[in-house]
Write a protein that binds this ligand. Structure first.
Ligand code: TRP
Length: 363
């Protein structure tokens, strides 16, 4: 397909630079003018959340919520099948993630929690949105390319190629104007902006029916899994929020280190030890260097012992709240039902307005 559209996606690094420069100002605005913003973010429903999610995104979402920003959290269950076929675990994942949200302080009275598959009008936006995006633009998306490379799959599904457009529907159905996320989300936000612009030009005479959302870049504190690889929900290398203290201790005990006895903070040459020190730092507010100096020649077993204590101490109140919420068998599904109800009202309105603008209200 040729590309009959106006601009194409901008230079990735240029927009990343802009995004980095803009982030502190955006944070200020979110704090001081919270009512101007609606945030849409969320996750694939591929398993319970872990401490990497906590320090990387959950913690700041709670802050934003408490500043008064209107927060929408999507449980992207259709996106969870981009790179896997099994759906048996979706329900358990959704259940776990909602409990995780409640445990860390997301309040359903303030924030809207909903899922893809139960908001039909959101999904229908995908069709007109797909019509304004070219194959070339889909194929150039660096995050999608990386996911395809990582998956090592022989063939690539249509959903894998188009989920960023679906994600645009996640954001635009409720007119989200800020999307917190890591830099891997930047290409998706860029295509969302492009879609918003093209839809506005095509069907709304350039009026800003859809906003052009901005990425609020999270300074993802890079936490690796306990095996030194990327921390992953399904890799058995992550300390999840729902783990017990004992399970946490087990995982930290097995964590990979190296053969050098003396503990120092050397992220380049000793990534696994550095990772444990960074986690320690996040839980205590001390610097990794100071922590390393204290342990010194006492080696990794003391580091692990102390780390276990500080991690369990840090997450104790969150885990207690989680267990408390879990005692109420109905709460999770009530929260989701309420969120879906609200999301459906908004999505129906957006879709109706769009269909009117597209001359598709036939009677
Ligand atoms: N792509 C996100 C992830 O990989 C999940 C997601 C789906 C999302 N829809 C979104 C994030 C909309 C931000 C906005 O976890």
């Amino acid at each position: 397909m040729s590309e009959p559209f106006d601009s194409t996606l901008g230079d990735e690094t240029e927009s990343l630079k802009k995004c980095i420069a803009r982030s502190p100002f955006l944070w200020e605005e979110l704090k001081n003018q919270s009512s101007k913003f609606r945030i849409l973010t969320g996750e694939r429903t591929t398993g319970a959340l872990h401490i990497g999610h906590y320090f990387g995104s959950l913690k700041s979402r709670v802050t934003l919520q408490n500043w008064g920003v209107d927060l929408f959290l999507i449980l992207a269950d259709y996106q969870a099948i981009t790179d896997r076929n099994s759906t048996e675990k979706l329900k358990q994942s959704i259940y776990d993630i909602i409990l995780d949200y409640l445990a860390v302080g997301i309040q359903p009275e303030k924030s809207t929690i909903f899922c893809h598959s139960m908001v039909p009008a959101l999904n229908q936006l995908l069709l007109p949105f797909l019509s304004v995006v070219s194959m070339g633009e889909l194929q150039r998306n660096p995050t999608v390319k990386e996911e395809i490379a990582l998956s090592g799959a022989k063939s690539v599904s249509g959903l894998m190629m188009t989920y960023p457009v679906h994600q645009a529907a996640d954001i635009l159905y409720c007119r989200g104007n800020v999307v917190p996320g890591g830099k891997d989300q930047l290409p998706h936000v860029e295509i969302t902006r492009l879609i918003a612009r093209r839809m506005n030009n095509l069907y709304f005479d350039g009026e800003k029916f859809f906003p052009e959302p901005e990425l609020l870049l999270s300074e993802a504190p890079l936490l690796l899994g306990t095996d030194g690889r990327k921390m992953g929900k399904s890799l058995n290398n992550a300390i999840s929020l729902k783990m017990t203290s004992d399970e946490t201790a087990q995982l930290i005990k097995r964590a990979k280190t190296d053969s050098e006895i003396n503990i120092n903070y050397d992220p380049i040459n000793r990534p696994e030890v550095a990772n444990l020190l960074r986690l320690y730092a996040l839980c205590t507010g001390k610097t990794p260097e100071v922590i390393a100096a204290k342990i010194g020649s006492q080696g990794s077993s003391l580091l692990k012992k102390n780390l276990t204590e500080v991690v369990n101490e840090y997450f104790r109140p969150i885990r207690e709240r989680r267990n408390k919420f879990a005692e109420d068998k109905a709460i999770v599904w009530e929260v989701l039902r309420d969120g879906n109800l609200k999301a459906n009202e908004i999505a129906n309105r957006t879709l109706n307005d769009l269909r009117s603008a597209m001359h598709m209200q036939y009677y």
